[in-house]
Each structure stands twice: as structure tokens, then as C-alpha cells.
Design a protein around this ligand. Structure first.
Ligand SMILES: [Mg+2]
Length: 442
């Protein structure tokens, strides 16, 4: 079919769980028979995608920029970026398949043939073993071939040990009871119960407002933890730190000064990304590179952090940032300002391949994250990729059209259906005529 005659005819969504988190897959159909695959960021809502359906029906899917500008206003930070981002990924997949080129070619070509992968690594916080089990978990990553590491390390480790934290009396007990997700190392996706009533209030209390402080004894524990981990894995491999917990910037500085000597590769999301000045304050006091961005939608918000010299590493997630091309724009802007990029990725093979193509097209990629090293059947929902996808700590950049995925394995999708929303490829006709005046000026 001639390119100018291509049209979007339908969109369907399928809610999954356990890959490794709750995600929503998107299929966008065209009158040429080409189908594009996309994905919403973990713990998002399918409705952020379905509400876009009436805006894209009948559009030519090859006009990615035009469609993106039309729907961009319906995305926002964190999970609210999922709809726009997922649709954009599906359009890129369609364009690649139609023109018979890989998505990285649509972003100007590639800088590398393989993407370095690092695994987010958490161990049960209750272990209280001062980093021994984390050291073992990270050694296992190294023996599996990974060449960069990241560990979760923060106040979740200290919650059940006396004298490690102080806080307005009663607050820590309330957090343990209602919002362990806030303080503990997060496994899987947020549950509905984490997002309502008392739990909501606690979960959404930002770092500067909790009043939680780490005592010197707590700092001693965390410092010894890092030292123990380093003595297990050595000093030759980069080791990043994530999920520090909801404490103020001043405590982040105290911690950073303690552990600089163990050479953390970066300190991730120490405070909410919105607080540019607090990032600057931490950055001016420590030599540990600061990293944030997995919850940022669009280049404009990254510009604030980059222009104000607040971060050393931008950390966008393709499925929040606005899709593949917007993440490429973020990476290019960061590059012009001497800021590195690591890609956040906690999603299914569809989201992973979207990140692989972006990573290939960025000049300064450090590495891409992977959350599914311990999820054996993670890759079974797709065909057409090398098995296993990660070999020797790298993912090869495919030359196949689009994302490089041949097909989705429907039986495996059904097996991973989200029990709360089990409809297979939900019929979205109810959204066909959703309409409002989208013009943002008069
Ligand atoms: Mg993170």
C-alpha cells in the first residue's frame, strides 16, 4: 500500500502482571495489515492510552511527529506518561515495519551494536546482615556476566532496628502498618491498597516533609553495608545506589559523604526530581554523581535539571518520557550539556526493545536497566528475539524491522493476564467517539 494511504483503524489493550510488574500492552492496527506493539509503563492505567484512540483513528501512523504533537498534551509525569509513550512506541514499530528498517534507523542510526545492561538488585531488607546477602546477590550478577551493578539501599533496611532512625513518634509505626511500600525496598508494582486513604497520604508524603532522620548509628550501618558489599564485589565494577528513602536532602548529604570512598556510580532519586535546588545543594556537597528522571515526562522538565547543573546522569524511561523519539531528544539535549544517560526500564520485552533502540541511537549511553533477571518466563510473551535476550550482560541491537519483535505469544499473554482486568485485548470501541476541544488557546 502507498504510504500516503495508510490509516490507523483500531487500538486494543491487554493488562498483564508478572513481567515483572503490572503493565498494559497496546496493539495499534492499520488498514495495511501492519500492527504496531506498544506498552504502558508499569502500574499505569490503560485509560491513558484508550483516551487517545479517538485522536489517532484515521491518522496516518507514519506521521509520528504530527500524531505525537496532537496527543502530547494528554501525557504527564510518571505513569500518566504511559499512554502517549506507549502509543508513540507502537507508531515507531509500525513505521519500522512498513519501511522495513529497525527503529534505531528512524532516530538517525546507531552508536553501538549492543546495549550494556545493569540489573536493579534488591534483597529482603529484613535480613539485617549488614550487606552480606546483597554482596552475594551482586556477585551472582557478575558471574552472570553483568558489567555494571545497582543495589537498593536505604532507610527500609533500618526500619526494624532500634536507634537507627528518628522521626515524629508514631510515624514509623504508621508507615510500617499502612505504607511499607514507601520505606521498604519495593518489590513488584504498587497495590491498590498502597494508593488509598491513610496509605496514600503516607506514600505521597515527599522526602522533605516526613521528618525522618538517620541517626549516626544508622549512618554507621549504611556505611558498613556499602563497605561489606564493596569488599564482596571489589572496586573494579560500577555500583549505583537507588531507593534511599523519604528523608531530607541534608541526610542525603550526610550519607553521601560517608560512602563517597566506596565509589558509587551514582546516587539515584535521593529527593523528588521536582526539587532542582535540592539536587544542586546535594551535588555541591558530594562527588557522587546524581541521577534522576524515571518519572519525568518530556524534554522540558529535564531541561530544568540540566540547565541548572543539578544532575550528572539523566535517567529517562521511554514509557514515561513520551516514547522513543522524545527520549532521544532528551538524550541529545543532555549530551550537549555534558550529562550522561542511563535508561530506566522495568517493563516487558516490548518496552525493553523500545529502550534498546533508543539506547542504540544515543551517543552517550552508560547502560540500560533490567528488572527481570529473576523472572524466568519474562521473554516468553514474544517471538523473534535472541533467547535469552541478554547474553554476557548485553542485548544485541537488532537489524529487524520496527522493534524487532515478530509476534506476541497469545497463550503466554493469557497466562500473565492481570487478574484484576483479565479481558484479552479489550474491545475499546467505547472510546471511538471520545471528544473534547483539544485546542489550548482561544
Ligand atoms: Mg530507580
Amino acid at each position: 500500500m502507498q504510504s500516503s494511504n495508510l490509516k490507523i483503524t483500531d487500538m486494543q489493550v491487554f493488562d498483564l502482571d508478572g513481567l515483572p510488574k503490572k503493565i498494559t500492552l497496546i496493539k495499534i492496527f492499520t488498514n495495511s495489515g501492519v500492527v504496531g506493539y506498544g506498552e504502558l509503563r508499569d502500574a499505569s492505567s490503560r485509560n491513558y492510552a484508550t483516551m487517545l484512540k479517538s485522536r489517532i483513528l484515521g491518522e496516518n501512523p507514519l506521521n509520528i511527529d504530527k500524531i505525537f504533537r496532537k496527543i502530547r498534551q494528554f501525557g504527564n509525569h510518571s505513569r500518566q506518561g504511559g499512554g502517549v509513550s506507549g502509543v508513540e512506541v507502537a507508531l515507531m514499530d509500525i513505521a519500522g515495519k512498513y519501511w522495513n528498517v529497525p527503529c534505531w534507523q528512524l532516530m538517525g542510526g546507531k552508536y553501538r551494536d549492543a546495549i550494556r545492561i545493569y540489573c536493579d538488585t534488591d534483597v529482603d531488607a529484613g535480613a539485617g546482615d549488614g550487606g552480606m546477602s546483597m554482596g552475594r546477590a551482586l556477585k551472582k550478577r557478575m558471574s552472570d556476566g553483568f558489567t555494571m551493578l545497582k543495589m537498593d539501599l536505604g532507610i527500609g533496611l533500618l526500619m526494624n532496628m532500634p536507634g537507627m532512625l528518628n522521626a515524629p513518634l508514631g510515624l514509623l509505626d504508621e508507615m510500617k502498618q499502612y505504607a511499607s511500600y514507601t520505606t521498604d525496598v519495593p518489590h513488584g508494582s504498587a497495590q491498590l491498597s498502597d494508593l488509598r486513604w491513610k496509605a496514600y497520604d503516607l506514600n505521597t508524603m515527599e522526602h522533605p516533609f516526613t521528618g525522618i532522620h538517620i541517626t549516626e548509628k544508622g549512618m554507621d550501618y549504611l556505611e558498613n553495608y556499602v563497605q561489606t558489599v564493596r569488599s564482596g564485589i571489589g572496586y573494579d565494577i560500577p555500583l549505583a545506589i537507588d531507593h534511599f528513602g523519604h528523608v531530607c536532602a541534608e541526610d542525603c548529604i550526610r550519607f553521601a559523604l560517608r560512602v563517597e570512598k566506596y565509589n558509587p556510580a551514582w546516587f539515584e532519586d535521593p529527593v523528588p526530581w521536582q526539587y532542582t535546588d535540592q539536587y544542586r545543594m546535594i551535588r555541591e556537597r558530594t562527588s557522587i554523581p546524581l541521577c534522576t528522571g524515571e518519572d519525568i515526562y518530556g524534554l522540558d522538565a529535564f531541561k530544568g535539571l540540566i540547565d541548572h547543573h543539578a544532575i550528572s546522569i539523566a535517567h529517562p524511561d521511554v514509557l514515561t518520557a513520551g516514547g522513543m523519539r522524545e527520549t532521544k531528544r532528551i538524550g541529545d539535549y543532555a549530551y550537549e550539556h555534558g550529562v550522561a544517560v542511563a535508561l530506566h526500564m522495568a517493563e516487558s520485552p516490548v518496552g525493553a526493545m523500545a529502550a534498546v533502540h533508543v539506547g542504540a541511537a544515543l551517543p552517550q549511553l552508560l547502560a540500560m536497566e533490567f528488572h527481570s533477571a529473576d523472572t524466568a518466563d519474562w521473554q516468553d510473551i514474544v517471538t523473534g528475539l535472541p533467547m535469552p535476550l541478554i547474553q554476557g550482560g548485553f542485548i544485541q541491537v537488532p537489524d529487524k524491522p520496527g522493534l524487532g519483535i515478530d509476534s506476541l505469544v497469545e497463550d503466554e499473554l493469557v497466562r500473565h493476564a492481570n487478574a484484576a482486568y483479565p479481558a484479552e485485548w479489550l474491545d475499546t470501541r467505547a472510546w471511538d467517539n471520545e471528544i473534547c476541544n483539544d485546542r489550548q488557546w482561544s
